[in-house]
Design a protein around this ligand. Structure first.
Ligand SMILES: [Zn+2]
Length: 216
């Protein structure tokens, strides 16, 4: 009897569904990089490139309640690590600020607005790294599908799910976002990288911003 009721209520993850997943993300060594945890399930619009391609492929066809290990190679995650995204700047470029290895900031580059990490400081020379922090990494996701529902027409039009708070509300684009560099700020809008430094690792940069925040 359970079989019949399950079939009736089962919607599979496919294009034009809004999916909520819980996940834990680990690296090759088994270190936890990110987890939905207390943030709650991550909701996204399937087939709209809200999340990295490898994860989206892994979730395809699942139903609520399913669990799965999804292995995402770099080319389906955050790309290969590229030395071309390294650049040297003089220490003086930081003015009164004291740069430290590991610091991250937004900067305009010849590839547009990017998050840069200070990789090395060697005397008067500072090496900046424009790679995503997960570039070149194989990602190990343990996922659980929490819910699957048909997307609303407005969600399809905007390319992202709407929650109770409407567009961009309630965690739609990363509930952990920093208040300062908030979602939809004009500074980050060009890159589409809303909440880029704080957003869930599974979520592609631009998951929200590119869909036009501020829509309602
Ligand atoms: Zn919207």
């Amino acid at each position: 009897m359970a079989v019949n009721s399950t079939l009736l209520n089962t919607m599979r993850v496919a294009k034009e569904t809004v999916v909520a997943i819980e996940y834990t993300l680990k690296d090759d060594q088994g270190n936890i990089i990110d987890a939905s945890g207390e943030r709650g399930p991550m909701e996204y619009l399937h087939g709209a490139q809200n999340i990295i391609p490898g994860l989206e492929q892994g979730v395809e066809g699942l139903v609520a309640g399913d669990t799965k290990n999804v292995l995402v190679p770099p080319q389906l995650g955050y790309g290969e690590y590229s030395d071309k995204l390294l650049q040297l700047v003089p220490l003086s470029a930081f003015g009164a600020n004291t740069p430290q290895v590991g610091m991250r900031f937004h900067a305009e580059t010849n590839l547009g607005m990017r998050v840069l990490t200070i990789k090395k400081i060697d005397g008067e020379e500072v090496t900046l790294d424009g790679n995503h922090e997960l570039a070149g990494k194989t990602l190990h996701f343990d996922i659980k599908v929490v819910s699957v529902r048909a997307a609303e027409p407005t969600e399809l039009a905007h390319g992202h799910p709407h929650q109770s708070g409407g567009c961009c509300g309630g965690g739609g684009c990363g509930s952990g976002e920093a208040s300062g560099g908030g979602c939809c700020s004009t500074e980050e809008g060009s890159e589409g990288g809303c909440c880029s430094t704080e957003e869930p690792a599974a979520q592609k940069q631009g998951g929200c911003g590119s869909g036009g925040c501020g829509c309602s």
